[in-house]
Write a protein that binds this ligand. Structure first.
Ligand code: HEM
Length: 968
């Protein structure tokens, strides 16, 4: 019976498992068919999600499944797609999931391509598989029912439409494009001239210039910046792009139920679309009604071409609506993109003025004063490298326009079912570290010959069947506008501070734009030095947790050091996020000097990290040392410091450099040069450069000079220990390989000699020579060298010793302290000896040079002298090099003098008390014999005082007692 039950149980379990497997496999199939049927099946998302989750564990499909972030029930990866800077976020996901990964949004599977290789494979090599566009509810509304080229799906009608517009554009470009752009560039030049060098935001002027190129090409109309019609057109085109990109609108595509609810954002979108159509309709009607038509206008070509492009075989009929929507395409595609690119160029040039100078020099040299033609581009490589680098770092259509697989296909070996949405992440491909060295840095020179930049991997215009229709228009515009601008203008940021430089992160929607105007947050500046550990404040007082905080580096947009509270920097070990969301950077390197931004939902702030550096000019003027101290940011030297910043040079012990062999040149508040007339004894000398802001020390950096064949000067106090270092390299030979000599005498010939107790010398493992008890006899020239045939000298050290000798004057009523600096040969004229700590009666002698010594005496009158600590200092050019202390003791003022009378008093009191007690005892006992314990001495006293003992005890005073004791 039991066996029967267990067989049934096993059978049931087996059946359930089998059923589950069948279901899962069917679900896999159905999932594919769901995508085939673009309207979707009736299966619930819950069921599909669960089964799909189980499905991935079963071997029902032979091709590997695409990696991707976990997709959540119902919402899939919606959260990833609503990120505020989607291109950056998708690029960051590629670091985790690779250059091809999938995202889920409702029933739609999206595949994100993050390398130019995969993007080319899909868009160019397999263009016929991926030329579709996802059809969506809101896309249909914006594109007039899918009639735009940009959003229209791939079919015969679209092909005919694109061909019509392409040939009209080509015809027009050949005839007049160059003239049109040239005229607009000259016009832009005049507009800028009118500003007369005042600080302005040029974004509107760029939009007008780019838009005029298109409106002239489209229907022969040029607008003035103040034109109301132009402003209306731009505001509604911009609104449409922004609204369509918002999650309020995209949610309607994924969740049809939401369309039934009131949605003010959607209502606004409909209003703007109607406004746009109204304006364009007016223009087309105007054009049609013109008696003398603008011959070159695209509209004319389009209208003429309508009949020709009728494709009777496929039943395609192009009508006015196609001309209307083509105009929309050209206006949207051709205005904001070019204007955004020009803004980015100016933004980068403000950060890197030296690039601007290089382009200017090239334009002047090559063009010899004339304005450029597009045909000059091959002779202007620096300008072209700038254009390419801005296109690389800020592809203005960072995610292109989504594609759709129109049939089952594959990318990078992964099978891609029909209807999968493909997102070409051009931003990610342009920051792919496998292709671009230092991908987040602005380096136009990478596109110069030998710079390593690959123009093949540069794909800002997409590729294949959907290649940007205006690519040739755009390229000519970018070239001519930039050349005209940089030939006649220099872009500089307002002089106040670094804070006025534009933010390079930008605003990402369909078009990646530079943030409007200047940065809105206060920039802090933090100063540091190489090797430091610093903390950059985020300034988020209201934030409880840092999980929504991101830290980014300006200029290296996309490189998030911290993402959602997690350190994601490539060099993660050096970075840390502290509890208050501030960013800690350890072991600073020069490349860390950047503008860091902390982003949180409530607050944005940025900190400019500037690194103080000292370098030595390798080719100084003869006989001089030239040190340069300056502040660095990622774009080189800080040219304009904040107010209140000051750089000064000081000695090793923080006193001003003293002496006429020092000269300074303050290039700016944050760049100072120190010129030193060179001496051999400047070898291994330390110089400090100090940066103060509003008189507060912000950073101090020490630089040690090395002089060829120079001598390092070391000062040591007699009786103390000193270590003479052999070299900065601790890996020198141990023991016998290194030889120490002083004068002619070799100290290390015999190992035991430097263990000699009297000399108290020994050589450390790092080859340094230690004199554990310095005496004046140790003063001398020491040399550490390698004892090979060709003797290699590591270090020459001149040891000076400092001593204080005391001597009582005749009669012993005064004390003379002699401070002696013993030098080898002669003591330097820039040495000084001073005393500190003497009383007001003491007197210092003037400096005396005697043979090889420098002397300063201190005369102290002994009687008035209190016990004191006196110190003699030796200075070299104002810098304290060593000191020697001397303790004077006035015997009359020592505590011993106080102890003596005290001890006497105690003895007398004790003795007196005893005598008193004894007398009392004697009185009490009459003539009784003394007790056994009495000493002989007291017996004697007693005997001797027999007479006095008769006196009454009450008269016994201290004086009496003292007399009594002293009596003996
Ligand atoms: C810096 C300037 C420009 C850049 C970086 C740019 C980039 C792009 C990109 C990446 C695409 C999508 C390609 C794809 O789907 O794979 C695109 C499409 C398009 N662009 Fe541009 N574009 C620029 C300027 C222009 C200009 C000046 C025009 C018009 C004169 C224009 C018209 C279009 C059109 C009509 C499409 C849709 C093509 C299609 O779907 O077949 N673009 N552009």
């Amino acid at each position: 019976m039991a066996t029967g039950i267990s067989v049934i149980t096993v059978g049931a379990v087996f059946l359930v498992v089998l059923l589950l497997m069948v279901l899962i496999c069917i679900s896999g199939q159905r999932d594919k068919s769901v995508q085939k049927d673009r309207k979707g099946s009736k299966s619930t998302v819950v069921e599909s999600g669960l089964l799909q989750y189980l499905y991935q564990f079963l071997p029902c499909s032979s091709s590997p499944s695409l990696p991707g972030p976990p997709s959540f029930f119902l919402i899939g990866n919606m959260m990833d797609l609503t990120h505020d800077h989607l291109p950056i976020h998708l690029t960051n996901l590629a670091q985790r999931y690779g250059n091809i990964y999938r995202l889920k949004c409702g029933k739609t599977t999206m595949v994100v391509l993050n390398s130019s290789e995969f993007i080319r494979e899909a868009l160019v090599k397999k263009w016929s598989d991926f030329a579709g566009r996802p059809v969506s509810y809101t896309g249909d509304i914006v594109s007039g029912g899918g009639h735009t080229i940009s959003l229209g799906d791939y079919n015969e009608e679209w092909r005919a439409h694109r061909r019509l517009v392409h040939s009209a554009l080509q015809r027009c470009c050949q005839k007049s494009l160059h003239d049109v752009i040239e005229r607009q560039a000259l016009h832009l030049r005049e507009v800028l001239m009118d500003y007369q060098g005042s600080a302005v935001d040029l974004s509107e002027d760029f939009t007008v210039a780019a838009s005029n190129v298109i409106t002239i090409l489209a229907f022969g109309k040029e607008y003035d910046k103040s034109s109301l019609e132009l402003q209306q057109l731009h505001s509604c085109l911009n609104e449409i792009v922004a609204l369509w990109g918002s999650s309020w609108i995209s949610a309607l595509d994924s969740f049809p139920l939401l369309r039934k609810l009131p949605n003010p954002v959607f209502a606004r979108l409909l209003k703007e679309v109607a406004k746009r159509d109204e304006i364009i309709r007016k223009h087309l009607n105007n054009y049609k009604s013109q008696y003398k038509k603008h011959d070159d206008a695209i509209t004319g070509s389009l209208l003429q071409g309508l009949d020709k492009h009728q494709n009777t075989e496929h039943g395609v009929l192009l009508t006015d609506i196609h001309v209307h929507m083509a105009t929309v395409d050209l206006l949207i595609g051709g205005t904001e993109t070019t204007a955004a690119w020009l803004n980015w160029t100016v933004a980068f040039l403000l950060h890197r003025p030296e690039v601007q100078n290089k382009v200017y020099v090239e334009l002047c040299t090559v063009l010899e004063g004339r304005y450029p033609k597009y045909s000059d581009r091959h002779r202007l490589p620096v300008l072209c490298s700038l254009i390419n680098e801005v296109l690389r770092l800020r592809p203005v259509a960072p995610l292109a326009v989504p594609h759709r697989a129109i049939r089952d296909s594959s990318i990078a070996g992964y099978s891609i079912p029909k209807n999968t949405v493909i997102i070409p992440n051009l931003f990610g491909a342009h920051h792919d570290p496998a292709v671009w060295t230092d991908p987040y840095s602005f380096k136009p020179e990478r596109f110069l010959e030998g710079g390593g930049g690959s123009t093949r991997a540069l794909i800002p215009f997409g590729g294949g069947a959907r290649l940007c229709l205006g690519e040739s228009v755009a390229k000519m515009e970018l070239f001519l506008f930039t050349a005209y601008l940089l030939r006649d203008f220099q872009f500089i940021s307002p002089p106040e501070s670094e804070a006025s430089l534009p933010d390079l992160r930008g605003v990402a929607s369909v078009v990646l734009k530079a943030a409007a105007g200047l940065q809105s947050f206060d920039n802090l500046v933090t100063f540091a030095m190489i090797g430091d550990t610093i903390t950059l404040p985020c300034g988020t007082p209201f934030i409880k947790s840092c999980t929504s905080v991101n830290w980014t580096i300006a200029e290296m947009v996309g490189l998030e050091v911290v993402n959602a509270g997690r350190v994601t920097a490539p060099d993660a070990l050096r970075f840390g996020l502290l509890k208050d969301c501030s960013l800690q950077i350890n072991h600073l390197v020069l490349d860390d000097a950047r503008l860091y931004s902390c982003h949180s939902p409530v607050f944005n702030s940025s900190v400019s990290l500037q690194i103080l550096e000292v370098t030595e000019n390798p080719t100084p003027a003869n006989g001089t040392i030239e040190l340069q101290c300056y502040l660095n940011t990622y774009k080189g030297l800080v040219s304009n410091c904040n107010k209140g910043i000051h750089i000064k040079w000081i000695t090793e012990d923080n006193t001003p450099l003293n002496g006429n062999r020092f000269h300074y040149k303050h290039v700016s508040d944050c760049f100072s040069k120190l010129f030193i007339t060179k001496r051999l004894t400047d070898h291994h000398r330390k110089w400090k450069c100090q940066l103060t802001q509003n008189d507060m020390i912000k950073a101090t950096i020490t630089y040690t000079t090395t002089i060829k064949d120079g001598i390092e000067e070391v000062f040591a106090a007699v009786g103390e220990s000193v270590s003479l270092s052999c070299s900065n390299t601790s890996s020198l030979g141990v023991g016998g390989r290194v030889k120490w000599t002083v004068g002619e005498r070799t100290l290390t010939d015999d190992i035991s000699s430097y263990k000699d107790r009297t000399e108290a010398l020994h050589v450390n493992k790092d080859s340094s020579l230690v004199i554990s008890k310095v005496s004046a006899l140790h003063a001398g020239d020491y040399q550490c060298s390698e004892s090979t045939d060709q003797q290699k000298v590591f270090n020459k050290i001149r040891l000076h010793t400092l001593d204080v000798i005391s001597e009582h004057g005749p009669g012993g009523d005064n004390l003379t302290l002699t401070c002696v600096l013993t030098c080898i040969n002669e003591c330097g004229k820039d040495f000084n000896l001073t005393w500190s700590g003497g009383s007001h009666n003491s007197r210092q002698s003037s400096l005396m040079y005697e043979k090889n010594t420098l002397i300063n005496r201190l005369f102290l009158p002994l009687l008035s002298m209190a016990s004191a600590e006196l110190t003699c200092f030796v200075h070299r050019e104002g810098d304290v090099m060593a000191s020697k202390k001397w303790h004077t003791i006035n015997p009359l003022q020592t505590p011993a003098w106080a102890v003596l009378p005290l001890a006497l008093m105690i003895c007398i009191t004790a003795g007196g008390l005893y005598v008193y007690m004894k007398r009392k005892h004697n009185k009490d006992t009459g003539n009784e014999q003394s007790s056994v314990g009495m000493t002989h001495v007291y017996d004697v006293i007693q005997d001797a005082n027999n007479e006095e003992l008769t006196q009454p005890a009450t008269t016994t005073s201290v004086y009496d007692l003292l007399q009594a004791v002293n009596y003996k």
